[in-house]
Design a protein around this ligand. Structure first.
Ligand code: MN
Length: 198
């Protein structure tokens, strides 16, 4: 069994004007697809080497595999925690609202910390809202590339992609404008569902 590019839960033009059709199409059908292909190519390489009994460079192979699987997994979460324009944004409700208020004091404080995490990722990476099941606290995770600084086994509730490929067509080098736009299409219903599952 291999990895498969998931279909988006909306159309490529549903996030306008916050994310253009071209930006979303390239991001999903080219960049995300490349991580799926990359991970599958490595799995096939491993299958072949094991079958033929040949040696592989385990260290570099696993590093490459971690990057591609991380990319696939995070993008899959990202598409799900975006909502068509008009159907997302605003503030969360329910359990998520309670958890954020308890941990951060207010939604605005959370928004500020999460935005700062997204803005200050060195190079390419992600801001992620995750959840620690030992302390029952939501916690922000700043991921470099797709796999560095990850808290192992913490469930991820929401992610924001800040690779340049996520926003360059729409916002050029202005990551801050993209981060600000993200709050208009955050899908709080989906993030709430993910929280209820932990
Ligand atoms: Mn991306």
């Amino acid at each position: 069994k291999f990895y498969v590019l998931p279909k988006l839960p909306y159309e490529y033009n549903d996030l306008l004007p916050h994310m253009s059709e071209e930006q979303l199409w390239i991001h999903h059908s080219k960049h995300h697809q490349a991580y799926v292909n990359g991970a599958n190519a490595i799995l096939q390489r491993l299958d072949k080497a094991r079958k033929e009994g040949t040696d592989i460079d385990v260290k570099s192979t696993l590093k490459e595999l971690s990057f591609n699987i991380g990319g696939h997994y995070l993008h899959s979460l990202f598409w799900g925690n975006l909502a068509p324009t008009g159907k997302g944004g605003g503030k969360p409700s329910g359990a998520l609202d309670d958890a954020i208020a308890k941990e951060f004091g207010s939604f605005d404080r959370f928004k500020k910390e999460f935005s700062q995490a997204a803005l200050s990722v060195e190079g390419s990476g992600w801001a992620a809202l995750s959840y620690c099941m030992q302390t029952n606290r939501p916690i922000i995770m700043q991921v470099e590339k797709h796999n560095m600084n990850v808290y192992p086994a913490f469930r991820i509730l929401m992610v924001l992609d800040v690779f340049e490929h996520a926003y360059y067509i729409d916002y050029k080098n202005e990551r801050a404008k993209f981060v600000e736009a993200f709050w208009n299409i955050a899908n709080w219903d989906e993030v709430n569902k993910r929280l209820e599952k932990v």
